[in-house]
Design a protein around this ligand. Sequence first.
Ligand code: ARG
Length: 272
Amino acid sequence: MKIGKKWATSLMLVAGLSLVLAGCGGGSQPAQGGQASTGSQAAAGGGAEKVYQVGTDAAYPPFEKMEADKITGFDIEVIQAVADAAGIKIEVKNTGWDPLFEGIGSGAVDIGISAITITDERKEKFDFSEPYFEAHQLILLPEDSTVTKLADLQGKKIGVQSATTGETVVKKAFGDTYEGIKGYDDTPSAVDDFFNGRVEAVVADNAVLQDYAKKITDKKYKLVKDDSFEVENYGIMVKKGNAELLGKINEGLKTIKDNGKLKEIHAKYFGE
Ligand code: ARG
C-alpha cells in the first residue's frame, strides 16, 4: 500500500518531467544538455540558462505548504533568496518527502529544501549546505496526558512521518520493530490521526507542531520536550558530489546570513 503510493508519486514525477523535457509544457523549449527551460527564464542572448529543479514536501507549514497552487513558506523564501544571491535560477516543485530523496539521487531534482535535518546517515548519500535553521523534536499529547517524557510512551501508539528524524527518535527509544509506531507519508496525516484518536501522540519538529498549536484553538493538547531530543540543523540538500552547485548554494547562504536577509525571513515567520 505504502510502496504503491510511493511508486505512483515517483512515476507521476517522472511523467511530469518527461513532459517538460519533451517540450510539451506550454512555453518550454528544449535546452542544451537535455535541461528544460521556460521561455521567460531563458537567458538573454539566446543561450539557455540552467533552471535548477528544487524539490520539497509542501505539507510542512510553516516551512513549506501549498497555498492554492503556489508553494509558500519559510524554506521557499530562503531558497529563493539563496538563489538570487548566488545568481542562479530555480523552479520549486512539490515532490513529497520520499520522492524528494529519490529525485535527488536520480538527478531528476537538483536541490532539496524541506526542513531536512542534516544527519550522519543522510550525509552518506547526499551533500548538505551549511545549516540555516535550528530545530528539535517535540511530542504532541492530549492536554490531560500524564506523559512527561518519551519513555512514558512505551506501549502507546505514536504517529510519525516515515523516514524523518521524528521516526528515528521513536525507534531509538523503543526499537526498530516497535509495534506502536505508525508511519505516515506526511506530517499533517499524523496530526489528523492524533486529533481523531487513532494515535496517542505525534513526534515531529518543534516549529511545525508549534505552528499547529497556534492554529488549532478548539482542541486541548500540549507539547512536551524530552531531554534526549538533540539539536537538529536543517540544511539544503544536493546530490552527493555536486560540489559546484553546493558551492553556489553555500555562497548564496553566506550572503543572506551576512546581509540580514535570512534574519528578515526568520522574523517574518517566527518573530524576532
Ligand atoms: N526535520 C525532519 C527530518 O529531516 C522532518 C522534516 C520533514 N519535512 C517535510 N517537509 N515533511 O527528518
